[in-house]
Design a protein around this ligand. Structure first.
Ligand SMILES: [Zn+2]
Length: 573
């Protein structure tokens, strides 16, 4: 890890913070509440800002052509001088995926565990930002360290990715526990058991607030251990003798992949990763020492040809049905690395997150039509265990930390409300459980809390490799194009006498021109009349274009109730 600096030099570099009158702490979720994803939390005092997590979100499929959402960090950019560091809880994209976008605007060191730093380095390298990044390794056994005036003590938690941490953050207003995605797993496949002893120790002396995962607040009981999956894989792969087998899971779920590799080996299959994200994450996990598999269990694309389909197991990306992902391509015969066979066994070992259920359903349907036998959670038990704690896990953490205030995070309003009710049932005062929507400031002072302002936040869309956001105007155009097609009007005028020479109309995805000649002729006439009406008033072409587009749109809506995207151009000859 070339650019890594050890955090030892940071240990206790400042005297502990002593709370005094007037010392307040502001916490703002800039993402992660309201939606499940794009987690970003701001801890702010008079002098310092600590950022916890910086992840991406996933747009619903009706947002056309948009790849990801990122949190609105305008608030942070305005106060960038105060930012002392970015603390990362775990390596999921909805907690680290937006770091490069924030680092474009803000210079701050990043603190994370080894595997997480591996993922972060790889993302930053893709955008050529690794050299300028300041990355600090957190080694929980070394204890506390400071980021600005905040004293951070990490402790291990369990989640669907190894090396996940919870934090006790000592602030001038009091002690805050930040426990993002977690569950209790007493037999994790890879990594540590939730460090209950340390969490309890840290909670001694009173905790002001607990920010807790709440996504599983509607699931009764405790979440099952990750290790339960192996038996299900064993059953399904065992009975798939001679068949092509594909397993899809979240590309960062190293433990799940490990179990697939072990079971595949038992049945004489070698594992072939398909999809850039899976291959890359396996490489990172191997390099950082989190995935060690028997020699020869994994094979790369170029060696694949040596093996028959019945001798391999494909670990394929696309469990959420993401457009362009390896499995989506395979379902449309468009993946050059794998040809889906009739009777192939396709195992979905992941549950879709809220907002993308339809996308996954579409993919499952496509695979079934192609002749695959598809296994997914609704029809097969123990195919996926959540990385998020259920009601029992959430209550257990509440008991361990026993804070004065609770802030549910990482859930939608539905999950936050269920969490609040669950915690209230334990006897905690209902008014001390604070359901914060995105951007809602909360201020802790002298042991009590007040709601602050609402920081304005906008949805910021990222399309492809473009760095800037996609605004509402672009989305509106895409929506019109998708729904009703395009009309382009080319208005040619004679420079000499400002008279109209010609209007040419071109349509795409709107109507068949041959069958709709009359409509298009009328449309041309509307454009012509509008032009003639305005040309006498001067050569304000942008205004004339907008008038032509408006008139044509109104006409078409009146005639056939459709709103195509209309573009016009005035050409002088
Ligand atoms: Zn997570």
């Amino acid at each position: 890890m070339k650019f890594l600096q050890n955090n030892r030099e940071h240990l206790n570099t400042k005297p502990p913070v002593i709370a005094s009158l007037g010392d307040s702490l502001k916490i703002i979720p800039l993402g992660g509440t309201t939606d499940v994803t794009k987690n970003l939390y701001v801890y702010e005092t008079k002098d310092d800002i600590l950022v916890v997590d910086c992840g991406i979100g996933y747009p619903s499929s009706e947002i056309l052509g948009v790849d990801i959402l990122i949190p609105d960090t305008s608030y942070l950019i305005k106060k960038k001088e105060k930012i002392r560091g970015i603390l990362i809880t775990h390596g999921h994209e909805d907690h680290i995926g937006a770091l490069s976008y924030l680092l474009d605007q803000v210079s701050a060191p990043i603190y994370a565990t080894k595997l997480v730093l591996g993922f972060i380095e790889s993302r930053l390298e893709e955008r050529n930002m690794l050299k300028s990044a300041r990355l600090f390794l957190i080694e929980p056994h070394l204890g506390s360290f400071n980021i600005g005036e905040f004293t951070i003590t990490p402790f291990y938690v369990n989640h669907s990715i190894p090396d996940s941490l919870g934090y006790c953050i000592q602030t001038r207003a009091g002690k805050i526990f930040h426990v993002a995605d977690f569950k209790f797993d007493f037999s994790p496949v890879i990594g540590h058991v939730f460090d209950i002893a340390r969490a309890s120790q840290l909670a001694k002396g009173g905790v002001l607030a607990l920010l807790s995962d709440c996504l599983g607040s509607n699931s009764p009981g405790f979440t099952t251990s990750e290790s339960e999956i192996e038996a299900t894989f064993d059953t399904l792969i065992g009975k798939a003798k001679g068949k092509q087998v594909l397993i899809t899971t979240i590309s960062s779920n190293i433990s799940r992949m490990y179990q697939a590799i072990i079971v595949a080996r038992k049945y004489g299959r070698r594992v072939v990763p398909i999809g850039k994200s899976i291959a890359k994450n396996i490489e990172i996990a191997q390099r950082t020492g989190y995935l060690s598999v028997p020699e020869g269990s994994l094979i790369l694309d170029d060696q694949k040809r040596k093996f028959r389909d019945s001798e391999v197991l494909y670990l394929i990306a696309g469990a959420y049905g993401q457009p362009g992902s390896a499995l989506v391509k395979a379902a449309s015969d468009a993946n050059r690395y794998i040809k889906l066979q009739k009777g192939a066994v396709v195992i979905f070992s992941a549950d879709p997150i809220p907002g993308i259920f339809d996308q996954v359903d579409n993919l499952i349907n496509k695979l079934i039509i192609k002749g695959a036998d598809v296994y997914y959670s609704e029809i097969q038990d123990n195919l996926h265990v959540s990385g998020h704690g259920s009601q029992g896990d959430l209550q257990l953490l509440a008991s361990i930390v026993h804070p004065k205030y609770f802030i549910p995070i990482g859930g939608t309003p539905k999950h936050m409300r269920s969490y609040a009710e669950l915690i209230a049932k334990m006897g905690f005062p209902r008014e001390n459980i604070l359901e914060l929507l995105e951007g809602q400031e909360i201020i802790f002072k002298q042991g009590s809390v007040t709601l602050g302002e609402k920081v304005p936040t906008n949805e910021i869309y990222i399309d492809g490799l473009q760095v800037g956001g996609i605004g509402p105007a672009i989305l509106r155009d895409r929506q019109m194009l998708a729904n009703d097609g395009l009309i382009a009007l080319f208005v040619t005028i004679s420079k000499a006498n400002n008279s109209l020479s010609d209007i040419k109309i071109i349509t795409r995805g709107f109507v068949y021109p041959e069958e709709s000649r009359e409509l298009l002729d009328k449309t041309t006439k509307i454009a012509k009349d509008t032009f003639t009406r305005h040309i006498g008033k001067g050569k304000d072409y942008p205004f004339m274009k907008s008038q032509i587009e408006k008139a044509v749109l109104e006409f078409l809506y009146g005639e056939i109730e459709r709103r195509p995207l209309i573009v016009s151009e005035i050409i002088e000859i």
